[in-house]
Design a protein around this ligand. Structure first.
Ligand SMILES: [Zn+2]
Length: 135
């Protein structure tokens, strides 16, 4: 998926959320971005500034937290970061499987200018995550 459509979704969801709290300026939107998405913070901000113009979230700063991809061991269930040239569990050496960790992109929290409200979470985080999965 292209940055443009992702950012459009972020603007839509964040604007809807903001309206629930009345007309306030949004200072910051914290995003969780899996490294597998390939999305860079500066590009997301660039598109955001353009797309958010005239919306409830105009002028907000994006704060991106990156998530490293993780695999899960098929035998012992351990989550681990893949080593180069290896898919094996560092504990028991059984083959690991890809997980969704590392390909997510969702809004974590939003901060409003007047009353900082960290933790305005989407009602159903699973649903929102699913919206943004790119793999
Ligand atoms: Zn294992």
């Amino acid at each position: 998926m292209h940055e443009c459509s992702i950012v459009q979704e972020i603007v839509n969801i964040a604007s809807d959320k903001t309206r629930e709290y009345g007309p306030q300026r949004v200072e910051q939107i914290s995003l969780v971005v899996g490294e597998l998405t390939g999305f860079r913070e500066e590009w997301l901000q660039f598109y955001f500034d353009v797309i958010a113009k005239g919306t409830a979230v105009e002028g907000a700063r994006l704060n991106v937290t990156y998530v490293k991809p993780q695999m899960q061991c098929s035998a012992c269930g351990m989550l681990f970061e893949r080593e180069r040239f290896s898919f094996d569990c560092p504990e028991c050496k059984a083959p690991g499987q890809m997980t969704k960790i590392g390909s997510e992109l969702y809004i974590d929290t939003m901060e409003l200018a007047d009353s900082p409200l960290p933790g305005i979470l989407p009602e159903d985080p699973d649903q929102v995550e699913a919206l943004f999965y790119t793999t």
